[in-house]
Design a binder for this molecule. Sequence first.
Ligand code: NAD
Length: 252
Amino acid sequence: MADTLTGRHIVVTGAASGMGHAAALELAARGASLALWDIDFSAVTAIAETLRQSGSLCIGLGVDVSSNAQVEEAMQRSVDLLGHVDGAFNNAGIGVPTISLHSLDEADFDRIVAVNLKGVWLCMKHQIQHMRSRSGGSIVNNASVSGLVALAGQGAYTATKHGVVGLSKAAAVEGAASNIRVNAICPGAVRTAILRHLEQAGITDTALAAMSPQNRIAEPSEIAHAVAWLLSQESSFVTGAALPIDGGWVAQ
Ligand code: NAD
């Protein structure tokens, strides 16, 4: 595999599971040094230890991305340990039970906005402050096809993911003069733990697969390849994009 990320120092949030874990493996294989952030401290430190044993410079930090104080401290510790940060995959996110908007609990709405939308903003806030003081960087935010179209019963999730696309575009426009690129990815159904929220509502893997013309669910590694490309110089003229990685779901 090409070392397209050698010398790059990258933060991955939600790195203990699913797409964040797959991205950590892919980025390390391409030569990046990593700061892995997750609310699940024991899982993320175990992944960091495994990557260190394979020769990568990698640290794991326990961080709740919805907390400004925790994100600020994690960014400082990442810079201290890695030397600098010039890339980020802001991927941490949660689902909520599948339920109509008019029946959704206020606490569930507030929590998903805090993690999925405010969390991405807080991470970008501190990453961009650091990148502006250096020579720039590349940020990839994990939105969803729900950042582009709606799924019934997922109104709050859909709103947060449309928000991530909007935040990413705004950050791309603001960051261009400082050599900071910002893109959102919009995956379709990917085989990770978060799909349990849909299973509980009777939305089966077969039904999810049928949402895309390719008629299948993606593996997390397929998303990681796109993330690695967006974080590398190979995508140097790509910024402000909301890239569907969805087997054709939103092309229909
Ligand atoms: P996942 O549940 O496997 O991984 C999510 C990770 O985020 C977990 O490790 C979890 O501990 C961490 N996390 C949750 N809350 C956190 C917080 N407050 N602070 C820090 N870390 C936190 O699920 P996944 O599917 O890999 O999800 C990754 C991202 O992809 C999410 O933003 C999700 O909305 C998005 N997404 C998922 C799908 C899918 O089909 N799986 C599709 C499109 C987008």
